[in-house]
Every structure is written in C-alpha cells, then in structure tokens.
Design a protein around this ligand. Structure first.
Ligand SMILES: *Cc1c(COP(=O)(O)O)cnc(C)c1O
Length: 431
C-alpha cells in the first residue's frame, strides 16, 4: 500500500480497498453457461469487491487543514465554529431557518421526541432502518408500524391516518432510499389531529419534493451524517426546522438541558457534534455536488443496462425532482425472473459483487423487540422487502463494473428457472 510505513500492521488484504488507481474489470470471468457462475464453481467476475455502503471519499488535504485549524483554535466541542458553519450549510441545503448538529441521527430523533415532550404512540412505517423505531422505543415511546404503499415502498398516508388513536403522540414519515414520502398528505393528517409530523430524512439530503428541498416539511426533519450516507461526518446528525423555539430546545437538550427552564422529567443528555465530526462533515459537504453527479451517472448506467430485463425493475424516481441516488434498489419479480431475490443475492455475492438487502429489509416489525411484543402483519411491507436488493454504487463501482454486474443479472434472469433448479439450497444467512 502506498505510504504505509514499515512495522505497521497491514489492513486486511483486499477486503475493502480497490487497488491503487481504481477498479479495473477483468477480461475473463465471462458467463457463457450457468456453470461459469461463481456460485456453481466458475471464477468470480470481480477480483476486487464491488461494494454497497462504503464512505464517499473527501479531500484529505482540506480535512486535515480543518482539523489542524480546530486544534490550533483549541475548541473541540460545545458549538465550536466548525459545527456552527456546518449547521449553517445544512440549513441552507434544507432551506430551513435552523439546523442543530448532533452526534448522530438516532440521538437527533430522540432529542426531537423529548423537545416535543411526547409520550404514547409514534406512528411510523415499518419499512425503515431500525434506528427510526429504536429511537422511540429507547425513550419508552411505542412505535406503531403502518404498511407501505406497494408502488413506492413509502409510508401510506391513508394507513397513517387510520392508525391514529387517542394515544398517538406524533407521526414520523421516512424518505426511504432518498425518495421523499408524501409529506404533504402526512402534514394534513397530522394537522387535522393536532399532532406533530416529524420526518426521518437520513437518506434524502439534496433531494426535493415538489421542487422543495427535503428538510422543510413537518415540524422538523432529521438528517444522518453517518459514514455510509451521502454526506458523512464519521458519525453525525442534524435536526432542521423553521421553528425557532423547537431548535432552541433541541440544542439545549443536546447539551444536558442547560439553559432550559422547563425540561421534561427525563432531563437533558449529551448529543453534541464535535469539531472533528464537523470538520469531516464540512469537507464531505464540499464534495456533495460531485457525489450526486457521480451517483447520477452510475444510476443512468444501471437504468440503461437493466432496461427491459423481464421482472427486474429499478425503483423509479420522479425525473422532475432532484435526487442524490445514494441507493440503487431493484425489485425482483420471482415469477417473471424465475430466480427470486435471495438466489440473485447469493449469485452476485459469489461473483464478489457485495449486494445487500436494502436498508429496511427486514422491516422493523419483524425485528426484536417489536416482533415478540407487538406482532403485526404488514403484507405490502413484507412482500416488498423480500423482493428488493441494493446494488453497488459509490466510488468503487466504476461504470465498467456496473455494466459487468448488469450483464450477470441479465444472464441470471435468462437462465432463471434452471438456476433455481440447480441451487435449491435454502439461504440461512442474512444481514
Ligand atoms: C442511518 C439511518 C438512521 C440513523 O442514523 P445515525 O446517524 O446512524 O444514527 C435513521 N434512519 C434511517 C432511515 C437511516 O438510514
């Protein structure tokens, strides 16, 4: 590895690192018969893994400049200049008056629940990352899961309305995989019942709904700056809102409740963003336009390569809106492809294309503790999460690699029935 000094332990060989100079697809590994597939003993198509969810790269020189500056400035946390600059830039992107930076998005959600003094039930989609539900559960609130619109995989506003009871404290919508949920309908439902609407926008920085940037809907929205999101701060989150008093309470609760006259019985906590995280977040924000442009290119290649493959649908995006395309999700119709999601997943992973079920699969209501304590059946969510797959994107997925991967998908679908016959071993391992 270039620049690695002698005596330091080497990183695990080739596990996450493409070779210096980037990934070059191999000449060999072409699939002519099913026996050429790696799952059936052929050589893997990718000598270096094609990955999902690796951090987007940043300009290291700029990052180290900011970190050096923070050290010289001798201000490491508690609303330092870098975190304030980060907040200003996040509010700007979201089109909101306020942004409060936090240590992560899970804490940001909890701060919001506390700042609104919620108790009782929180209506939310089951098809989301566990954090949305766990944030509520951890505070003694009860997540009430509703089914999704089968066409979009997003929370169905009519079902959210139907789930409201006298115990409902709030509604939480999720912009899953960067596609905004129907925040307008949810806003109306929440307003009709005098409830706050909050939005988990962890996937949707830089996306729009009706041309309006995600961030400005409901009482407040929450972004995540976890390493795997489009903008990363190593770990980080933010609450964005136009409500000045809400922002003030969130900020105070994140700092032990200092300065608040009326703190709920639970008191404040520590959920501040450090200057080191803000330095990373700012440097990652600098790269946001480039990452979005690159993601668009990669998404376009997927679109072209998978267009017309029977039973494979790239999840649609509204072309009139802006998207960050951080997630490339396909729906696999088991009947039309003859192959099904799980076998396609095993097959691609054997080729070293490290595809995964997307965030939200399995859905929250099938996770503990919800599965045991409050079993529910959500047919659309269950059907959809058994059919979807997250495909590699990001800097390790060069267009050539994506074309190669799509070629294997097309090959697998062309031989779907035969492959299913030959690979009947049931899948046990899951994420
Ligand atoms: C990542 C994520 C979160 C949690 O974000 P953290 O910053 O990791 O706490 C919440 N909701 C969704 C939908 C996510 O994908």
């Amino acid at each position: 590895m270039p620049g690695q000094s002698a005596g330091r332990p080497a990183p695990p060989a080739g596990r996450h690192l493409p070779p210096p100079g980037g990934f070059t697809p191999p000449r060999g590994g072409v699939k002519r018969t099913p026996g050429d597939l790696a799952l059936l003993g052929g050589p893997p198509a990718f000598p270096h893994p094609l990955t999902v969810g690796r951090p987007n790269p940043v300009d290291r020189t700029r990052l180290f400049q900011r970190l050096t500056w923070a050290l010289d400035n001798q201000w490491h946390s508690n609303g330092g200049p870098l975190s304030l600059e980060f907040e200003a830039r996040v509010a700007d992107l979201a089109g909101t008056r306020h942004a409060v930076a936090t240590c992560n998005a899970t804490s940001a959600l909890q701060l919001l629940f506390r700042a609104l003094d919620l108790s009782g039930e929180i209506i939310m989609p089951s098809l989301t990352f566990a954090a949305t539900a766990h944030a509520a559960q951890w505070l003694g609130l009860t997540p009430v899961f509703v089914d999704t619109d089968p066409r979009t995989g997003l929370i169905d506003p009519r079902l959210a309305r139907a789930a409201i009871t006298p115990d409902t404290a709030a509604v939480v919508g999720v912009h899953l995989w960067g596609r905004p949920c129907d925040a307008r309908a949810l806003e109306k439902t929440a307003a009709d019942h005098g409830l706050p609407l909050l939005l988990d926008a962890a996937h949707a920085l830089g996306c729009t709904l009706d041309g309006t940037p995600v961030g400005g809907f409901g009482a407040a929205e929450v972004f995540s700056f976890h390493a795997t999101k489009i903008v990363g701060a190593f770990e980080g989150g933010a609450v964005v809102t136009d409500d000045e008093d809400l922002a003030r309470r969130v900020r105070a609760l994140a700092n032990f409740g200092k300065g608040l006259e009326h703190v709920s019985a639970a008191g404040g906590t520590n959920a501040k963003m450090s200057e080191a995280a803000a330095a990373m977040g700012l440097t990652s924000l600098d790269a946001l336009p480039r990452h979005i442009a690159d993601n668009h290119d990669r998404h376009r290649v997927y679109r072209e390569e998978l267009d017309g493959v029977p039973g494979i649908t790239l999840l649609p995006f509204d072309p009139a809106e802006r998207h960050n395309h951080q997630y490339v999700v396909i729906d696999i119709d088991p009947e039309r492809t003859g192959i099904g999601r799980d076998l396609l997943l095993d097959l691609l992973r054997a080729e070293n294309a490290l595809v995964l079920p997307p965030i939200g699969a399995p859905p929250c209501h099938l996770l503990e503790p919800y599965r045991s304590t409050r079993p529910v059946s959500l047919p659309h969510t269950e059907a959809l999460t058994a059919r979807v797959l997250s495909l590699p994107t990001g800097p390790t997925a060069a267009p050539e690699g994506i074309r190669r991967l799509c070629e294997i998908v097309r090959f697998a679908v062309a031989h779907g029935a035969e492959l299913t016959r030959r690979c009947r071993t049931p899948r046990t391992e899951s994420r």
